[in-house]
Design a protein around this ligand. Structure first.
Ligand code: KG4
Ligand code: ZN
Length: 349
């Protein structure tokens, strides 16, 4: 079976075709394309929802045509259409939902609404080294930071989440304070490579008490105060470059340490050894390295998607959609965009 996946929940239009390997083709992604709206939003320092919706309107259909052509397929080669139904920006979601539902109707195929975070969570299943259930999943993106116990598809127990900013949001806000363009997460990470250890000590929020929740807004404030103080003192451009790299290093180290402490705690609490990490921030190499070390120490293993499937993409939606399609979907012709949609309310399959 083959399914088309459509992702339009935020600022990337992602389209992919996934094949389950039961026919002539090997299991996996047959074709995928991503159009990022970064340039559209960069001047505003963040995603402008109305501009995001308009750009999805422009790009979704052409990208679907391109992906079908890349795959050398026509709609008759498909068995379903999956689209992100939430959570996300309502206008952006509505574009993917209405296009996905309409194409499925026009092509006489089942339509499959997909939960964006379930897509992220299952993205590591597209890799060679597939994690077995049960495992602990760390979902770290621009909008979410969650620790979830996963016993199977749709069997999600929330262990902890951020009480304020998401990890990616903290990266982006701190990057902005350092004068970097949106989305600053990956640029800050690059800058941190030139930073020196031990120059600044950032707090590790909420690690001194039990529990698996996170809080990242204090780190951003700490970064703001440090940058302000240092900018007052700095006398040359050269010094500023080094100081900013040192601050980026210390900030990233604090986020990574905090996440690692909570991941270790979650694995111990659940008596599990497998850790899955997904979502945009899971592309961060310092985080990957640290989590590899801690899981190894526990005799376990960490699983993650390839970097291009860490951030938003159509492949993860096609994969999650295929699992849901096989479990049976509604034939209802209505569609609904759900901007807020708790992950642990999904049905088990
Ligand atoms: O999953 P995603 O593409 O979109 C959401 O669903 O939010 O995640 C985007 C987030 C942004 O905040 C971005 O700055 C962050 O992931 N990000 C990173 C890195 N790559 C992406 N943060 C830190 N280091 C990275 N290498
Ligand atoms: Zn995402």
């Amino acid at each position: 079976m083959r399914i088309l996946g459509i992702e339009t929940s935020c600022d990337e239009t992602g389209i992919a075709i996934y094949d389950d390997g039961q026919g002539d083709l090997p299991e996996g992604i047959v074709a995928h394309r991503l159009y990022s709206q970064i340039a559209v939003h960069a001047d505003y320092g963040g995603v402008v929802p109305e501009l995001a919706s308009r750009d999805h309107v422009r790009k979704t259909i052409p990208l679907i045509k391109e992906v079908l052509s890349d795959a050398n397929m026509t709609p008759q080669d498909l068995d379903g259409v999956a689209y992100t139904a939430g959570p996300g920006l309502v206008g952006a979601l509505l574009v993917g939902c209405s296009i996905g539902r309409s194409l499925a109707y026009g092509w006489n195929l089942p339509a499959v609404p997909v939960h964006h975070m379930e897509g992220h969570l299952l993205a590591p299943m597209l890799e060679e080294n597939v994690p077995e259930f049960p495992f602990v999943a760390l979902l770290v993106s621009g909008g979410h930071t969650m620790l979830v116990r996963v016993d199977g598809i749709g069997q999600y127990e929330m262990l902890g989440e951020s009480v304020d900013d998401a990890a990616g949001e903290a990266f982006d806000k701190t990057a902005k304070l350092l004068g970097l363009d949106y989305p600053g997460g990956p640029v800050l990470a690059k800058m941190a490579e030139n930073g020196r250890a031990g120059q600044y000590k950032f707090p590790r929020p909420m690690t001194d008490r039990p529990g698996l929740n996170f809080s990242f807004s204090g780190l951003k404030t700490f970064a703001a105060n440090t940058i302000y103080k240092e900018n007052e003192r700095i006398t040359s451009e050269e010094e500023k470059v080094q100081v900013h790299a040192d601050i980026a290093y210390a900030f990233q180290e604090a986020v990574v340490d905090t996440i690692a402490i909570k991941c270790r705690r979650a694995l111990e609490q659940c008596k599990l050894k497998r850790l899955v990490i997904a979502g945009g921030v899971s592309a961060n190499s310092a985080l990957r390295e640290k989590l590899t070390v801690i899981t190894k120490k526990l005799g376990g293993e960490v699983f993650y998607p390839r970097p291009e499937f860490c951030t938003d993409n159509g492949a993860m939606i096609a994969y999650a959609g295929m699992q849901r399609l096989k479990a049976g979907v509604d034939t209802d012709l209505t569609f609904k965009a759900t901007p807020r949609w708790p992950l642990d309310t999904l049905a088990a399959i």
